[in-house]
Design a protein around this ligand. Structure first.
Ligand SMILES: [Zn+2]
Length: 395
């Protein structure tokens, strides 16, 4: 059998241009390896398709830049040239004609691809590369991209690293620019939610620097817009604050924007929004983190000691029910302290009975104490964050 892959390109006038980008041959009765397209064929087809599309688009861009903006005359072509562009499915040679200067001496926009895509790479390739490098070593990232994408210029890990560093530098320059030239948000938004969390990045010790990097990560959500992620090293606190504020301004924070900050409620995270984001913000204890603390207690229950011939399963059922009650009370009415405090007390009372029984039976109570400590920790944590609680289930 024989397949032919044809691409049709239509323009607004109705003119249709067809071109064949690939042929696939298979023998009459396929063997296992001949069912469907194989990896190399997919790469070839995608690359050919990408090449047809990108070349057409860049040609259109170059044609549009040809008339002089001063007098409207078509500028004379000096030289037909080609430039390499790394698009997602392959390296493509795109037209980059060089034009003579117009006789009216008007300065014109250059028509080359470097004006449209200054890095000679599409933003998607840069994004993919940065994403892969953020999750694995440069060498592995380069190998993986080479396996799944048709040949780009990323055959070597050092290239991947350099490109990533360049992307980082570009973000840094952009941020520094917006810190130095403080600009108000173009279209201030009504409300904005920022989730902040701390993280550590392990460093390979060098002479210049030892220890880990303490990083603050923020995710900015604005209704109707794409979410944005920002990160800054906490050591440089002065800069971190300015950066975070600049990022928020860019995301659309104006003087009247209602800002809600979500965090895990740890001591530092509780104070940080006030110090960094000004008084005009509302701090909320994040349900995800609260839930995780409750689940951790649930995990520890499993290891509580059994006493004699008791029905351990029944006892566990009571404990899990107590824990579910705490979770439910916090979910529906966290702002009313009475009900959820009562659920805590009930659970603690059951555990203390268990502890007394274990003590009289001469069994170690260490694991019960561990759960009691965790419960107490959770209760204190919620109380410390009283003002940041909301009725989560009713939002
Ligand atoms: Zn002119």
């Amino acid at each position: 059998m024989h397949w032919r892959v044809v691409v049709e390109r239509g323009d607004p006038s109705g003119f249709v241009q067809r071109c064949v980008i690939a042929h696939v041959e298979r023998s009459g009765l396929p063997s296992k390896s001949e069912v469907g397209l194989n990896h190399d064929e997919v790469k070839l087809v995608l690359r050919a398709l990408q090449s047809v599309m990108v070349t057409g688009q860049i040609q259109e861009f170059a044609d549009a830049a040809r008339p002089c903006v001063g007098c409207g005359r078509t500028r004379v072509l000096k030289e037909h040239r080609r430039r390499h562009l790394d698009a997602l499915f392959g390296r493509i040679a795109v037209p980059a004609p060089s034009l003579e200067r117009c006789c009216c001496r008007q300065a014109n926009q250059a028509s080359s691809v470097s004006t449209l895509l200054p890095y000679r790479t599409t933003p998607e390739v840069r994004h993919l590369r940065a994403k892969a490098c953020a999750q694995m070593s440069y060498r592995k990232a380069a190998d993986l991209l080479n396996i799944f994408l048709p040949t780009l210029s990323i055959s070597h890990y050092s290239t991947t690293r350099n490109r990533l560093l360049r992307a980082g530098q570009a973000i840094e320059d952009e941020l520094r620019g917006s810190v130095e030239h403080e600009q108000a948000a173009a279209g201030p938004v009504e409300s904005m939610v920022v989730g902040i969390d701390g993280a550590f990045v392990k460093l390979v010790p060098t002479e210049a620097r030892r220890g880990d990097l303490d990083v603050i990560i923020g995710r900015i959500e604005v209704p109707g817009r794409q979410s944005e992620i920002s990160a800054a090293v906490r050591d440089l606190e002065g800069h971190t604050r300015e950066r975070l504020q600049a990022t928020l301004r860019r995301a659309g924070r104006g003087p009247a924007t209602r800002l809600v900050v979500l965090s895990d409620g740890e001591d530092e995270m509780r104070e940080l929004p006030g110090r960094w984001l000004g008084s005009e913000q509302h701090h909320r204890l994040d349900w995800f983190h609260l839930c995780r603390r409750i689940e951790r207690i649930g995990g520890a229950l499993y290891y509580l000691p059994r006493i004699g011939s008791e029905k351990f399963r029944d006892r566990m059922r009571v404990y899990y029910r107590d824990l579910r009650r705490i979770k439910w009370r916090l979910w529906v009415r966290a702002t009313r302290h009475g009900p959820w405090m009562i659920t805590f007390s009930q659970f603690i009372a059951h555990l203390i009975t268990h502890r007394n029984e274990a003590l009289s039976a001469g069994i170690s109570v260490q694991r019960i104490d561990n759960v009691l400590n965790r419960l107490d920790e959770l209760r204190r944590h919620v109380l410390l964050n009283q003002r940041s609680l909301v009725d989560y289930g009713r939002l």
